[in-house]
Write a protein that binds this ligand. Structure first.
Ligand code: ATP
Ligand code: MG
Ligand code: MG
Ligand code: MG
Length: 566
């Protein structure tokens, strides 16, 4: 591409409304322009980088066995009503009525696609033989963000790669999740990003069920805690992941501690039977309230999926999930506790205690649960450790190491969803015995714009951007020093054609301008490799080849430049 034929509106001045380096530099280097708050046009250079990042994502998704499809951004609102997310998203969900002939239809612009993809799969999947499967798309998402800011780091319209896995078991989910996790690591590495995978909100599966991929950056909106010694890293927002785990004091997990007679309810299996649900569906610890009293159904499972069954089993009409404090009071165990967990199940029907299970504890492993234990009495519950109060250098909750804190930009998120959406939208499969079960799902998102903005935020110097080769708008910038000089242009054109023929992405700054002006723009735009033709070098028969990231210029004979660079 010749500079004179494209659109690269570089700016000398730092725009006054741009607070962070990525926003300032992306504006100044002519990558983006603002339409309104939270909405930006990607100009040719910016869009080339976006496309390169999207290509890398696509290659790695395909390699991980995911299949690409493309879903509508415009979606019927009733799907969000059925999953309860119209309310959950609130103002963030852009939705509006439209008229079609005499009908009024209510629409939403997809903030993400769990609803649409689950609805699709409810129609396409019948048998366990079709599973597992992972689908993905790269598409525009819409979110009415409370505070769109920091340029394209947070906008109301952005490009996301979103993938969704569907399977028949938690094992299949774990496998799909791991494949996506590994693909994400390769994607960020190939994009030249420094990244930290951190533990995030665990959601309905509990335990190690969600990770965010963070770019360490001063201006990042998330706070991350990490330990260099054991590799532990978590988003501080979900500091419960950092709690110390209680240990069964002096007792092995296979010894029976104390057995309380609890006919039919001494184990997870028995609770499942009582509630007429399957243990495979029981994947999270929860407690429900009826009339503000705990009906004490503390089980592992998806509460939305199981609510009806629980209500019928307990013969109550209203159920709501207890808050964290109540769960703690009733169970003595914090919510979202991974590791040895104490569960206390009290079933209260019509305000009379129907049955109590005085504690089930285990290591989140099949057959490792003890019944009838009492935290405090039978084992020591170690002090909980709230990471939100911790400081740099405090001891790590997981090892002997020390903690440090950094800010991060969330550039991706993988999440084990379980059956939340498949239950709500009746996306089911038939097993070998022709029995119906909801699909077990995972979802996996990458912010494509954030990869580019994150690079701009972290890879620059005082003169401008420094792109990694893989997502740079162009790989090589060719600078003829004097475009009026026929000899200069003869050699520059020959190198330009040679590079194009060799498949190199080359941008030639063919503007009639002073060398100093062109060099400043080249530094600002940040193309990784620069080739300069003209001046004294030309007389010596060489071109100067120099990396944007630093180091000395190499003097390469004019005839060898194409081979050397390509
Ligand atoms: P955040 O915490 O920054 O608001 P999120 O957790 O709401 O992000 P997800 O729903 O996990 O975002 O979406 C997947 C990915 O999409 C995020 O990891 C992020 O990279 C990107 N993303 C989310 N919101 C925006 C936005 N407003 N602008 C640009 N990218 C976004
Ligand atoms: Mg958000
Ligand atoms: Mg987030
Ligand atoms: Mg997220």
């Amino acid at each position: 591409m010749r500079w004179s034929q494209t659109l690269i509106p570089t700016m000398k001045e730092v725009p006054s409304d741009a607070e962070v380096p990525s926003h300032q530099l992306m504006l100044r280097a002519g990558l983006i322009r603002q339409l309104m708050a939270g909405a930006y046009t990607y100009l040719p250079l910016g869009y080339r980088s976006i496309r390169k990042a999207a290509d890398i994502i696509r290659q790695e998704m395909d390699k991980a066995g995911a299949v690409e499809l493309f879903m509508p951004a415009l979606q019927p609102i009733d799907l969000f009503e059925r999953t309860g997310r119209k309310e959950a998203f609130g103002n963030v969900l852009i939705n509006f009525p439209i008229r079609r002939r005499e009908h009024e239809l209510h629409m939403a612009l997809g903030p993400t696609h769990e609803e649409v993809v689950t609805d699709l799969m409810s129609k396409l999947i019948n048998s366990y033989r079709q599973l597992p499967i992972t689908v993905y798309q790269i598409q525009t998402k819409f979110r009415n963000e409370e505070r769109p800011r920091f340029g394209v780091l947070r906008t109301s319209e952005f490009l996301m790669k979103d993938a969704y896995s569907f399977g028949t078991s938690v094992e299949q989910l774990d496998e799909s999740y791991q494949k996506m996790y590994d693909a994400y690591c390769r994607i960020y590495a190939r994009c030249g990003l420094e990244y930290i995978p951190v533990e995030a909100e665990s959601g309905p599966i509990g335990g190690d069920a969600s990770h965010e991929f963070m770019i360490p950056a001063e201006n990042g909106e998330d706070s991350i805690v990490r330990c260099e010694s054991c590799g532990y890293a978590a988003n501080l927002e979900r500091a419960d992941t950092g709690r110390k785990q209680p240990e069964l004091a002096g007792k092995s997990s296979t010894t029976e501690v104390a057995t309380v007679e609890t006919p039919g309810m001494g184990s997870i299996e028995a609770v499942a039977e009582f509630l007429k649900i399957e243990t495979s569906q029981m994947i999270k610890t929860l407690i429900f309230l009826a009339d503000e009293k705990p009906v004490g159904v503390l089980l592992r499972g998806d509460h939305e999926a199981n609510e009806g069954k629980i209500r019928r089993a307990l013969n109550v009409t209203e159920l709501e999930m207890a808050d964290e404090e109540t769960i703690k009071n009733v169970t003595g165990a914090p919510v979202g506790f991974a590791g040895p967990t104490s569960l206390k199940c009290a079933f209260i029907v019509d305000h009379d205690v129907a049955a109590i299970v005085d504690g089930v504890t285990g290591a989140n492993e099949v057959d490792k649960h003890l019944t009838g234990v009492n935290p405090g009495r039978d084992f020591e519950v170690q002090e909980t450790f709230d990471l939100r109060d911790a400081e740099n250098g405090d001891p790590c909750p997981r090892c002997e190491g020390t903690l440090s804190f950094v800010h991060g930009i969330e550039v991706g998120h993988v999440f084990k969803l379980g059956t939340k959406y498949s239950s709500a939208l009746e996306a089911e499969y038939l097993d070998e015995k022709e029995k119906r079960h909801p699909l077990i799902m995972g979802c996996y998102g990458i912010g494509v714009n954030r990869i580019i903005a994150g690079l701009a935020e972290t890879c620059h110097d005082e003169n401008g951007l420094i792109w990694p080769m893989t997502v740079a708008p162009y790989e090589v910038e060719l600078i003829p020093l004097n475009v009026k000089d026929d000899d200069v242009m003869k050699h520059a054109n020959s190198i330009y054609e040679g590079l194009l023929a060799a498949g190199v992405d080359v941008l030639m700054d063919d503007r009639e301008a002073r060398p100093g002006f062109k060099f400043k723009d080249a530094d600002l735009v940040g193309i990784p490799l620069r080739v300069v033709v003209g001046g004294k070098g030309l007389k010596d028969g060489i071109a100067e080849v120099k990396w944007r990231k630093g180091g000395d210029a190499e003097r390469i004979p004019l005839a060898d430049v194409t081979n050397h660079v390509a």
